[in-house]
Design a protein around this ligand. Structure first.
Ligand SMILES: C[S@@+](CC[C@H](N)C(=O)[O-])C[C@H]1O[C@@H](n2cnc3c(N)ncnc32)[C@H](O)[C@@H]1O
Length: 250
């Protein structure tokens, strides 16, 4: 198992060096998923801690997956709870951890204002009604708490996931092409478990929120100085890869 190096970590910055490090780690996603997801979770938790104190806070991770993010949040002193729709994903590291709920992000089984922070990484593009899920996250966050939602942008290079780059010719085409070439359906099936979510969708949704203020809209993996790309229609869809929306509930 890839070891977490929290004690040797310097201050987190969205620098070019950090983006290049993440890109290098991406090569390990298939051969050594533990290494890749541990590095991604560590980075992501550091990024979130730029917006909110984590120690002693309750965090709900919507679509948390197998548990790499749990370890990273707990290392920062947060009380971590995950919800996921898929038992297979949740048990990817063995037993399903305590504090895990099986359910849908589109209908969170929690009371209003229940947690300090809601967090979701790379889930929105996998749900049929992404903005219903986002609204559910705002609902269960306490006033003053932070909502962090990041998702893979459809028109980015990885928008089609394993069917990329053919998604540029349409999601249905990319899915059918993958099935023809590999003899099996892709894991992420366009129209069933993969949907088209754009930067524009996210920016418009965030700005329309009455019950929460926008703290940040930023390309999650890119250097901070490239953030201006986010505000150029068209270009932002291709250059962003992954959009992080950060809100504070009023
Ligand atoms: C690509 S994985 C992301 C896992 C983890 N958050 C990460 O960033 O590595 C997508 C996750 O979303 C979960 N998921 C899909 N649809 C969901 C839904 N409607 N509600 C909650 N989780 C869902 C999947 O089971 C899977 O664990």
């Amino acid at each position: 198992m890839f070891r977490r190096a929290a004690s040797t970590r310097g201050p987190w910055r969205a620098s070019l060096g950090r983006s290049l490090r993440l890109l290098r780690e991406f090569r390990y996603e298939q051969p050594d998923p533990a290494r890749f997801y541990t590095a991604l979770a560590d980075d992501s938790v550091q990024q979130l801690s730029q917006y909110a104190e984590l120690a002693g806070r309750s965090v709900l991770d919507v679509g948390g997956g197998p548990g790499y993010f749990r370890d990273a949040f707990r290392a920062e002193g947060a009380s971590y709870f995950a919800l996921d729709a898929d038992v297979g994903e949740l048990s990817g590291l063995g037993d399903i951890a305590s504090g895990t709920v099986i359910g849908s992000g589109m209908q969170l089984p929690f009371a209003d204002d229940a947690v300090d922070l809601t967090y979701s990484s790379n889930v929105l593009e996998h749900v049929e009604k992404p903005w219903q899920m986002a609204e559910e996250m705002v609902r269960v966050t306490r006033p003053g708490g932070v909502v962090f939602i990041s998702y893979t942008v459809w028109f980015g290079p990885w928008g089609g996931h394993e069917t990329a780059p053919w998604h540029y010719l349409g999601g249905r085409y990319a899915r059918a092409r993958y099935a023809r070439k590999h003899g099996v359906q892709p894991k992420n099936k366009f129209g069933e478990s993969l949907f088209k979510v754009t930067v524009r969708d996210g920016v418009e949704w965030a700005r329309a929120q009455q019950g929460a203020e926008v703290v940040d809209l930023t390309p999650r993996y890119n250097p901070r100085w490239s953030r201006w790309l986010m505000f150029v229609p068209g270009v932002r869809e291709v250059a962003t890869w992954n959009l992080a929306i950060v809100l504070r509930k009023k």
